[in-house]
Design a binder for this molecule. Structure first.
Ligand SMILES: Cc1cc2nc3c(=O)[nH]c(=O)nc-3n(C[C@H](O)[C@H](O)[C@H](O)COP(=O)(O)OP(=O)(O)OC[C@H]3O[C@@H](n4cnc5c(N)ncnc54)[C@H](O)[C@@H]3O)c2cc1C
Ligand SMILES: NC(=O)c1ccc[n+]([C@@H]2O[C@H](COP(=O)([O-])OP(=O)(O)OC[C@H]3O[C@@H](n4cnc5c(N)ncnc54)[C@H](O)[C@@H]3O)[C@@H](O)[C@H]2O)c1
Length: 470
């Protein structure tokens, strides 16, 4: 609804003048809009689906709730080794209920919209597009149109959607993406997961732990390709131990769906059959249909180039997955704070990406920060690495079943600082915090070595990995 204040600032073409329009309310866009309104700006947010974006409805939160449930099953299964007998009968019903009622309020963004409106933001459900520098058109969900002219600028936070693969026969089949997987109310007996990235790995293990027969089909030479190969090797081993079939270097030639079953034909002649097919093979940025060409940008680009203040052009900022700096909620939020400062004219540190952390929440968790060994070598650094298996640490020994993992540190030997690290294990993502500080603040390796590490913690294995550097 357009209020009286806005009516006063309408131009001849019925465009309303406001301070800021945010197109796409992912985690960063939502936070930025509310921060800008809090700073006294007149702010409009446009989202074509759910305010909050992928993370709360189809990504991080629902998938981590599923993982929490699957991990509970796995821990219960370890009782027989550690503490007697536990009889556990998996049921998807409580998971589906939590996802619906607790995580997503039935995939409804009323609460998020109200939160923004209470902060003074005008929220539209509709499709936003640039209409020249400093101008936005909104195709409203009710069929109407709104036009805006901005005083400060436009923030783009349109995120990504699941990539559609050009595999023969796939299009038109009822395959799942992450958006269907988190809405499942009943589980299939068997599942083929296409893609062994974070989404594929996390969801494959969840469904396998609930008794689904899972095959992961990865085109690359290993799962979790961008992580350290040692971590991928351990995770593959864990998956195989849990009954998940992992096919790497796979070439999917065609997909067919008939009589309620999928057939996936591989280049080596093997045909996989399953009740469901989950495609988790990367993302497509929502940069098409955004009117980028009206401001001199390429709508076919994979990412939007931004400077250290998140500026993508005149009166234009971009944040989140589309900037190509790491498709993670914490990157979206980090960039959001920087862009907000720039919009409101506040000083603060510019964006830096030398210590971007990430955690894949498989069991064991795979945490990584900064560069991998091969990235550091490719960057021309003088590289030294140190590593140690988690299960050989005192805590790993005590932990017993489930204590697979490693700590690996990557040092720029010329500067004597860590430029990257991996923390894989139970709570690997938590242990990563220590290493993220080291890489972020460029703490000298000698200083890290001189610390006292509490015994017997998992993070004490970092001391062993550091000792392995020399
Ligand atoms: C299954 C899964 C699990 C994940 N788990 C994690 C995790 O554990 N940790 C983590 O850090 N990250 C995780 N991610 C990634 C995380 O969800 C994203 O990085 C995060 O959502 C940030 O994305 P974003 O800010 O770019 O925007 P998004 O969250 O993608 O939101 C973009 C919004 O823009 C809207 N939009 C797009 N185009 C337009 C338009 N033209 N007009 C109006 N609105 C538009 C969309 O409707 C959407 O609401 C996961 C992702 C998935 C899919
Ligand atoms: N815990 C987390 O932080 C978390 C969890 C899930 C997703 N995410 C974010 O979401 C992004 C998207 O995740 P994703 O797993 O979809 O993408 P991804 O790009 O990270 O991984 C996709 C995988 O699919 C494979 N692939 C591509 N085409 C294929 C084909 N035709 N056949 C078989 N395999 C194929 C790729 O080689 C790759 O390993 C991630 O990069 C990550 O940034 C983060």
């Amino acid at each position: 609804m357009i209020g009286w204040a806005m009516l006063r600032s309408m131009s001849a073409d019925n465009a309303v003048t406001v301070d800021l329009v945010v197109i796409g309310a992912g985690p960063g866009g939502e936070a930025l809009a509310s921060g800008a309104a809090g700073a006294g700006l007149e702010v409009v947010v446009v989202d074509r689906h759910l305010v909050g974006g992928e993370c709360p409805y189809y990504g991080c939160i629902p998938s981590k709730m599923m993982i929490r449930a699957a991990d509970a099953l796995a821990e219960a299964g370890r009782v027989s080794t550690l503490a007697g007998d536990a009889v556990v009968t998996p049921s998807w019903a409580p998971v589906a209920r939590r996802l619906d009622e607790e995580a997503t309020s039935g995939w409804d963004d009323t609460i998020a919209v109200k939160r923004l409106e209470d902060a003074g933001v005008t929220v539209h459900h509709g499709v936003g597009r640039l209409d020249g520098p400093g101008r936005v058109r909104v195709a409203l969900a009710d069929g109407g149109e709104a036009r805006y002219v901005v005083r400060r600028g436009v923030v783009l936070n349109p995120g990504t959607r699941p990539a559609e693969l050009p595999i023969d026969g796939l299009s038109g089949t009822p395959y799942w993406t992450n958006r269907d997987a988190v809405r499942a109310t009943a589980l299939p007996a068997s599942l083929v997961v296409v893609g062994g990235g974070p989404i594929g790995c996390e969801l494959a293990q969840v469904f396998a732990r609930f008794g689904v027969r899972v095959t992961v089909v990865e085109a690359g030479p290993r799962i979790l390709g961008p992580d350290e190969p040692e971590a991928a090797e351990i995770l593959t081993d864990v998956f195989v131990g849990e009954g998940i079939r992992v096919l790497t270097g796979a070439d999917i030639r065609s997909v067919a769906h008939a009589d309620g079953a999928f057939t996936v034909s591989l280049g080596d002649g093997e045909r996989l059959t399953a009740d469901k097919l989950l495609v988790a093979a990367g993302r497509t940025p929502n940069l098409d249909h955004l009117g980028l060409e009206t401001v001199g940008l390429d709508p076919a680009a994979r990412t939007l180039e931004v400077d250290e203040r998140m500026r993508a052009g005149e009166k234009l900022w971009a944040i989140g997955d589309v900037t190509g700096k790491g498709a993670f909620t914490h990157v979206s939020m980090y960039q959001s704070a920087i862009a907000l400062r720039d919009v409101t004219g506040e000083d603060g540190p510019p964006a830096r990406y030398h210590a971007v952390p990430h955690t894949t929440f498989t069991d064991p968790e795979v945490g990584g920060v900064g560069m991998t060994e091969s990235q550091a070598r490719d960057a021309g650094l003088t590289v030294r690495t140190g590593s140690t298996p988690i299960e050989q640490s005192s805590r790993g020994f005590v932990h017993g079943p489930g204590a697979r993992g490693l700590i690996k540190v990557v040092e720029d030997a010329d500067r004597g600082v860590l430029v990257g690290a991996t923390a894989m294990g139970p709570a690997g993502g938590e242990i990563l915090g220590f290493l993220a500080v080291a890489v972020h603040a460029q703490v000298p390796t000698d200083t890290l070595r001189s610390m006292i590490f509490a015994y017997p913690t998992f993070h004490r294995a970092i001391e062993t990995a550091l000792a392995d550097l020399s």
